[in-house]
Design a protein around this ligand. Structure first.
Ligand code: ADP
Ligand code: MG
Length: 503
């Protein structure tokens, strides 16, 4: 018992230190832009406010990049690419550089987690796990630097033909606010391991961990201009990056609507584009499934990060023979999920990111009721400060309803019954999205058959939401273009050159 108490106290102190460091860093003054290895004010001198979504209080001011700053950052990234300070380095040295960044993240994980929780509102236990994953992502990509291979192509005796897999050049990266440190790490590590230089624009609603991460990366002595970090708004800084004629690739994670605008902007110079967009993922439970596990996972996925996850299983398809039982158990379990202070250890759901998102989510709950679905749980408004929304569960949902078709990005679940395998697959695929899906059954043949039939970039069998940087991630249909993670993401940040020699 003594030991357990000591461990618990040590963990609490460690978190307190992380929180204290986070508050000290946030309070240390306005944040600036990183351009060409220097932290600078925005050319306009403008700043914007960063708000803590659980208290609605001002955390700090951040320099607001616009197109003039994007121009300067693209020039710095171009210079760093052309002078070969990064791409010309030995791949082993690049591996070491990425591993140093991973170690930096680990050393500052508690601080980064606390910054993320203050800025984004996610529970501290979750941001702590995410910070560890961020470090692992740098390690994963660090391993790739020495393994990006070209090929030798058969030719006649006096010829020699081979391919080189080369970086794309200057990459523009635009990330959302839902899991910022993870989003930033995926983008940065992937571009860097392939030898690119980059400009990252974090989301205006949660940019602090990206800025702190950039500071920590600077301490590892990356050559200047390799990483440029420019917080700002989408319509100004983001649009300027997507449109810029000297950016070779744009990688975007965010809504499908903005993804389409990114594609349009990219035609200015036909830059390469990858998109990770929205989802409305089907989670299919057959009657023979391990219902205990399936119910747990169903609740965890729609409540995780307060539903602000693109791959959340927001459409729960349940075989009609167990529909009522599953609906009842999901509702009962979701009701136990505590909503509140994200710094408290037992909190399952923190606030949503903004008042606008909260109002949007509440309007979907109203739309669900108006559309005839049966609200089993949730729907009442939070009275205190902060943008909180409690889990909401609908059953009796039909696939045509708005709550079954549109991405809500909040803790709202639609439970939909199905008749048989074909019906489940048909309904599961009846969406414009195709990011993720899951199937729960003890029948191995059915599991693989349904996994093949579901049109989604990632399918889980008897689990939901588990991720590994070695597993490609991305969307079918309007959920995106290209893949992040795995070999596919190396291809997405490189291009192939074929070389022929006549001897
Ligand atoms: P959400 O609506 O969930 O915030 P968005 O897709 O609007 O998601 O935002 C994701 C990211 O895209 C943010 O960094 C945002 O600033 C950026 N963004 C928004 N609009 C544009 C745009 N027109 N061009 C480029 N980036 C944009
Ligand atoms: Mg914020």
């Amino acid at each position: 018992m003594g030991n357990e108490t000591a461990t618990a106290t040590a963990a609490a102190n460690k978190a307190d230190t992380g929180l204290a460091r986070a508050l000290a860093w946030i309070g240390s003054g306005p944040k600036r832009l990183l351009i060409g290895g220097r932290w600078v004010e925005a050319a306009s001198g403008k700043t914007f406010e960063v708000i803590n979504p659980s208290t609605e209080e001002l955390l700090c001011h951040v320099a607001e990049a616009n197109s003039a700053d994007i121009d300067a950052a693209v020039a710095a990234a171009r210079h760093a690419f052309d002078n070969s300070s990064w791409v010309g380095m030995s791949p082993h040295a690049r591996t070491r550089a990425l591993l140093r960044i991973a170690d930096q993240i680990d050393r500052h994980a508690d601080e980064l987690a606390a910054i993320e929780t203050l800025d984004n509102g996610m529970p501290l236990w979750f941001s702590t796990a995410v910070a560890t994953t961020a470090a692992d992502i740098f390690r994963y990509y660090g391993g790739w630097c020495t393994k990006i291979l070209g090929s030798t192509i058969p030719s006649d005796a006096s010829g020699f033909v081979y391919t080189l897999r080369e970086p794309l050049g200057v990459c523009g990266q635009i990330i959302p606010w839902n899991v910022p440190i993870l989003m930033a790490s995926i983008k940065l590590a992937n571009a860097l391991c392939c030898g690119n230089t980059l400009i990252l624009k974090p989301a205006e609603l949660a940019c602090l961990t990206s800025l702190r991460l950039a500071e920590l990366i600077q301490e590892t002595d990356l050559p200047p201009g390799v990483i440029n970090m420019l917080p700002g708004f989408g319509a100004t800084a983001g649009a300027a990056l997507a449109l810029h004629p000297d950016v070779d690739k744009i990688a975007f994670t965010g809504s499908t609507a903005i993804g389409k605008q990114i594609v349009q902007a990219s035609t200015s110079n036909l830059k390469k584009v990858t998109l990770e967009l929205g989802g409305k993922s089907p989670n299919v439970i057959f009657a023979d499934a391990d219902l205990d596990k399936a119910v747990q996972a169903a609740v965890k996925t729609f409540c995780g990060n307060s539903g602000q996850v693109c791959s959340a299983g927001t459409r729960l398809f349940v075989h009609e023979s167990v529909h009522d039982e599953v609906s009842e158990r999901v509702t009962r379990l979701a009701a136990t999920y505590t909503v509140g202070d994200p710094l408290a250890p037992d909190t399952k759901l923190g606030p949503l990111i903004s008042a606008k998102q909260r109002d949007r989510v509440l309007s979907y709950i109203e739309a669900g009721q108006a559309g005839g679905a049966s609200l089993q749980l949730g729907g009442s408004q939070w009275s205190g400060r902060g943008y909180f929304v409690a889990p909401a569960v609908f059953d009796g949902v039909t696939n045509g309803m708005r709550i079954a078709q549109e991405e809500i990005f909040g803790p709202v679940l639609s439970i939909i019954p199905f008749r048989d395998e074909d019906d489940a697959v048909f309904k599961g695929n009846d969406t414009t999205y195709g990011l993720s899906a899951a199937v729960w059954t003890r029948d191995v043949a059915r599991a693989h058959k349904v996994a093949r039939a579901l049109k989604a970039g990632r399918v889980w069998i008897n689990t939901y939401g588990e991720a590994d940087p070695a597993m490609p991630f991305g969307g079918y249909k309007q959920s995106g273009w290209g893949r992040e993670f795995g070999q596919e993401s190396i291809d997405a940040y490189t291009q192939v050159k074929a070389v022929m020699l006549r001897m």
